[in-house]
Design a protein around this ligand. Structure first.
Ligand code: SF4
Length: 151
């Protein structure tokens, strides 16, 4: 999996203290993007999903957030990562510049697998004119915090 960086201790990418995995590559090119160095799909390093899971397992935190970049650019690896984190008992949030509806319309097996296993999707592009610094865990008011799993 192409990964820009891993933060072992974040309090701003979802509730509680979390491990955050920033994936490389983003096609959305939002105006005002806080992280344009993440756009290059060849940026960062190639790491195995297993090595990421080992790092997650070694952390004391309850949560894992996958952000970017655009995590859904690597759907197969993302689904393995999300499944693996859930198997470790972690709460999993995934950020994406796509809307949930756009992801569902892809009818892609791996994408659907992520949506079936992640706890929360934070969706939508960052829209500079809708910037709202009072929002928790998202930058602009069009972005939604969607609880996926749910029974
Ligand atoms: S989706 Fe996120 S990383 Fe991608 S361009 Fe938009 S703000 Fe930047």
């Amino acid at each position: 999996m192409r990964v820009l960086s891993v933060l072992d201790e974040s309090v701003v990418d979802g509730p509680g203290v979390r491990t955050v995995i920033f994936t490389a590559g983003c096609p959305h090119r939002c105006r005002g993007c806080h992280n344009p160095e993440s756009w290059n799909p060849k940026g960062g390093d190639e790491v195995t999903v297993e090595s990421l899971l080992e790092r997650v397992e070694a952390s004391d935190w309850d949560g894992v957030t996958v952000s970017g970049g655009e995590p859904f650019l690597q759907p197969r690896e993302l689904s393995r990562l999300v499944r693996g984190c859930k198997a470790l008992g972690k709460n999993v949030w995934v950020y994406t510049g796509y809307t949930l509806e756009a992801l569902e319309q892809l009818e892609d097996e791996q994408v659907n697998d992520v949506l079936d296993h992640a706890d929360v999707l934070v969706d939508g592009k960052f829209v500079e004119t809708l910037l709202d610094r009072s929002l928790r865990f998202r930058g602009s008011s069009n972005q939604r915090i969607i609880f996926l799993n749910k029974v």
